[in-house]
Design a protein around this ligand. Structure first.
Ligand SMILES: [Zn+2]
Length: 246
């Protein structure tokens, strides 16, 4: 009688033990280094030229500057050595994270900053921008998911943040757009991406890199409700350049 009452508990304990043994026997998920979620940032997007952005590594300077491929990479302000990453990023991101940025110049004088962060073995390389933008002095005024139209007519889902920087009252707004790209495709949902990655580890026993693509620009004066048309055209063009055909 007593044994029968304990049977369900014994079954659960047995299943747990078997699961633990399987997890111990299974090799850890392998990184698939041949999988690229996106193409590299192009030198030209939407007819606009883009220069790589570099960061001074001297703690008393820390300024960023543009650097053409054949130009010296020393900081033009203090002469110190520079890096593709800011020193804070070097401290915070796992070393196998990929990170590239370019500044694209629009003929009207505006600059569109594009950044691509790709993950390595660790999943912590990429995080939601809502977590780091406040640390860079931005306030998120509004956040929406919007559907743009690609050149081929297919929908392009983006997450759009309308930002303000209280330290720059002369600049009314900044536009920030982002999405994630993983082995299942593109999404603006961090939770969906996390679920894809978990499925990749559990069912396929592998770690495929994923990318976080973002774009930022200072927005001219005017009605901030619709996405700025010139910036929107750039976002659609850059998306096309980053897409790797199946
Ligand atoms: Zn410097």
């Amino acid at each position: 009688m007593e044994i029968r009452a304990q049977t369900p508990n014994l079954i659960v304990a047995g299943l747990l033990a078997v699961t633990l043994v399987i997890l111990r026997i299974m090799p850890p998920p392998q990184l698939d280094p041949d999988f690229n979620p996106v193409a590299p940032l192009p030198a030209m997007a939407g007819g606009l030229e883009g220069e790589p952005l570099r960061y001074c590594t001297i703690e008393t300077c820390l300024r960023s500057f543009e650097s053409a491929p054949n130009e010296p990479t020393d900081c033009p302000y203090c002469g110190g050595p520079s890096d593709d990453w800011s020193p804070a990023e070097r401290r915070q991101l796992p070393p196998d994270t990929g990170l590239s940025r370019r500044i694209y110049h629009h003929p009207d004088g505006r600059r569109f900053v594009a950044a691509v962060v790709t993950s390595g073995r660790q999943r912590t390389s990429v995080h939601r921008p809502q977590m780091c933008l406040p640390g860079q002095g931005f306030v998120i005024e509004r956040e929406t998911t919007e559907i743009l139209s690609r050149a081929d007519g297919q929908p392009l889902e983006i997450r759009r943040l309308l930002l303000r920087r209280p330290s720059q009252p002369e600049q009314p707004y900044y536009e920030f757009v982002y999405w994630f790209s993983g082995w299942r495709g593109e999404t603006t949902s961090y939770l969906r991406l996390a679920a894809w990655n978990m499925a990749d580890s559990l069912w396929h026993n592998r770690v495929r890199p994923w990318a976080y693509v973002s774009m930022l620009t200072a927005r001219p004066d005017g009605d901030p409700r619709p996405l700025d048309p010139a910036f929107q055209a750039f976002v659609v063009s850059l998306h096309q350049s980053l897409t790797i055909p199946d």
